[in-house]
Design a protein around this ligand. Sequence first.
Ligand SMILES: Nc1ncnc2c1ncn2[C@@H]1O[C@H](COP(=O)(O)OP(=O)(O)OP(=O)(O)O)[C@@H](O)[C@H]1O
Length: 257
Amino acid sequence: MKTSRRRIVINPQTRSIPLENVAPTRPFRQAPPPKEIIIRLQDVSKIYPDGSRCLIGANLNLKRGDFIFITGTSGTGKSTLLKLLYGEETPSSGQIYVNGSEVHELKGDHLAKFRRRIGVVFQDYKLIPNRTVAENVAFVLQAQGRRQQEIERRLLPTLKMVGLAHKADAFPDQLSGGEQQRVSIARAIVGTPPLVLADEPTGNLDLENATQILRTLENLNTYGATIIVTTHDHHLAGLSGKPIVELRQGQLYWQKR
Ligand SMILES: Nc1ncnc2c1ncn2[C@@H]1O[C@H](COP(=O)(O)OP(=O)(O)OP(=O)(O)O)[C@@H](O)[C@H]1O
């Protein structure tokens, strides 16, 4: 049987191949990364409709259990990078794989299930205003379908870890900015997710509290969780001794220690 094939026509004027003859209807997809690679960015660009260029052909590979800091000046695109990783934003081009899934292919229940395995510390905390600290943190475990007994077993130690056991019954508007930030950290780690994305998790904290939060994330990392922390604070990133990746002009650069 004869199959119809698209002809590639070389333009004799320029000797270049007209794009409409070669561009496939779907972007060319690479094979998924090997299992030990938990995060892969392949030639990823992100340009917002208003022209803000955050990533330009960026590449990154992280293995399970890696812990890195992403640094970069304000407005370079650190938050955007995390949003791409949990599917809140879609790349303008390129592929992003997280936990074996190509993120922007995930929709509906698949996306919700994928996100349940990621602990996210949002820069603006996103606490539920009419729920107490304990309820905000427990909410994650309820969404994961955990039993009440397990919720109770996890809740208090996590609140203690972030120094907020005494505020369990307070509502978000009764907390300082730093305390709200620590609630958002507790919420991200209470389910011991295999991946934590923390957007400026220490931005509102003094050095003592910031160091305590880093120790908590390092502790989770020793149990195998992959951790990505964005920060402006080179000093804090330097203190931890973990690798630093700088986002500069749309590219990701591993810093030498
Ligand atoms: N939804 C959006 N629509 C258009 N532009 C956006 C959007 N979100 C972010 N931007 C722009 O993209 C750029 C990167 O923003 P982003 O918040 O990712 O940077 P950042 O490095 O996290 O900044 P900061 O350190 O100040 O939090 C900025 O110029 C910002 O104005």
